[in-house]
Design a protein around this ligand. Structure first.
Ligand code: HEC
Ligand code: HEC
Length: 388
């Protein structure tokens, strides 16, 4: 019979071979040539370490640990963050397979976007400037986006997927699509113990990956480690590895009279909650006010970390400043008396506090901000694109 039907013969052999391969494939590591993960992804065995990153003692002190917004139900695991890394770099998360999270959160730019507004799957523009994702786990009120409209990171990560400018998917579409990609059942199984693919698990894994991105190897950190973890050294204690100019900038930044650290407090350089830093006299973007429907919150925005700020230009929620020099000029001479201007930027008489810095001191403050640059995070493979 087969002799008369060579095509049928070959087809039968192929089906038999497929069945044998499929039956043998109880463990995805058995046969590397048919491993659906190894076919498309470069993932190490054992996994990278995301769960137990060893940080310097001043970053594990109780006041810093208190800033962490990880919920009890979603601790970082190595397999969970690995899945999150794959999802983060997968263009299949967008409707036309053109955009991944990394398209607008580029590792080389500290997981932000050098464009003022980012471009989505269909050529449309986002409403605000993309945000750096470094140290996202350190923001004690736990809210995400410039206007803090996401109450948790787990809520936030599915919003860009469904955004009609950014990725253009529905959650049922997303789940169906990922179930059809051979590497995901394996990765979900490793992360969650079975291969059920749900949007809730997608959110948990993406959040684990983002919270694993922490910075502690900047020039600032090298200097800080020459002092005891607690108490923090006084603002004017020079760091031995700093130039005279950087030490001057550090003193200006940390000096309570200049208020930078009152909002961007060390060692994570963020605040407990939203603030208004006097960008405008009248509200142009309601920010948190639109979320709470309370005019008392108009113009309040998330205080993002300043770690790696050298690499996250342009600056502010609307990307209005192209350089750190322009940012420093704002605090030196440009703070506006918005009705909700935060008290840290007001004088006792209620007027905006302008630092009126000299040319040298402005340059010193910029030089200090650049000591927060941590190149290791920007090149570390565990945070990079795993696709072949
Ligand atoms: C088309 C560009 C674009 C894409 C794609 C995109 N983002 Fe964003 N992301 C932004 C912009 C712009 C903001 C700030 C928006 C705002 O605050 O209104 C942002 C904000 C965020 C924040 C808030 C950070 C903070 O500190 O509050 C997180 C987290 C984030 N994105 C994660 C992701 C993840 C995860 C994905 C993929 C599922 C993703 N983004 C896809 C542009 C993008
Ligand atoms: C009242 C609190 C407050 C004080 C004090 C303050 N900032 Fe800010 N800072 C903010 C807020 C809020 C934002 C984000 C504002 C926005 O985008 O609308 C911000 C943004 C920034 C950014 C841009 C971050 C980015 O990723 O776009 C830099 C840089 C910065 N501040 C540096 C400083 C320096 C330097 C000082 C001291 C001279 C200082 N800040 C004092 C609240 C403050």
């Amino acid at each position: 019979m087969f002799a008369n039907h060579p095509r049928l013969f070959i087809t039968t052999i192929c089906i038999a071979a497929t069945v044998i391969i499929a039956c043998n494939k109880t463990d995805d590591t058995v046969n590397p040539t048919t491993d659906p993960v190894a076919e498309v992804l470069n993932l190490p065995t054992p996994t990278f370490n995301y769960a137990n990153i060893i940080q310097p003692a001043y970053l594990t002190a109780p006041n810093i640990v208190a800033q962490i917004n990880t919920p009890a139900g979603n601790p970082i695991t190595n397999d969970g963050a690995t899945l999150g890394r794959v999802l983060f770099y997968d263009k299949n998360l967008s409707i036309n397979n053109t955009i991944s999270c990394a398209s607008c959160h580029n590792q080389a730019n500290s997981f932000s976007d050098p464009a003022t507004l980012s471009v989505g799957f269909n050529g449309g523009f986002t409403g605000r400037n993309s945000m750096s994702l470094i140290d996202a786990k350190y923001y004690p009120n736990g809210r995400f986006f410039w206007d803090q409209r996401a109450a948790t990171l787990e809520n936030q990560v599915l919003i860009p997927v469904q955004d009609m400018v950014e990725m253009g998917m529905t959650l049922p579409q997303l789940e169906t699509k990922l179930r059809g990609l051979a590497y995901y059942p394996v990765l979900f199984n490793r992360a969650f113990g079975d291969n059920n693919i749900t949007s809730n698990r997608i959110a948990l894994a993406l959040s684990q990956f983002i919270r694993s991105i922490v910075s502690f190897q900047s020039k600032y950190d090298a200097g800080r480690q020459t002092f005891p973890a607690v108490p923090a050294p006084p603002p004017n204690a020079p760091f031995p590895n700093f130039t005279v100019q950087e030490n001057r900038g550090k003193e200006i930044f940390l000096n309570p009279a200049n208020a930078c650290a009152a909002c961007h407090g060390s060692e994570t350089f963020t605040a407990p909650q939203e603030r208004n830093n006097g960008l405008d006299m009248v509200t142009t973007d309601r920010g948190f006010g639109a979320v709470t429907s309370n005019v008392g919150n108009d113009g309040l925005f998330k205080v993002t970390t300043l770690r790696n700020v050298e690499l996250t230009a342009p600056y502010m929620h609307d990307g209005r400043f192209a350089t750190l020099e322009q940012v420093v000029e704002h605090y030196s001479s440009g703070v506006r008396n918005h009705p909700n201007l935060s008290p840290q930027l007001r004088l006792p008489n209620g007027q905006p506090r302008l630092l009126n810095l000299s040319v040298q001191d402005k340059a010193a403050l910029v030089a200090f901000l650049k000591t927060l640059t941590d190149l290791t995070v920007l090149t570390d493979t565990k945070y990079s694109n795993p696709f072949k």
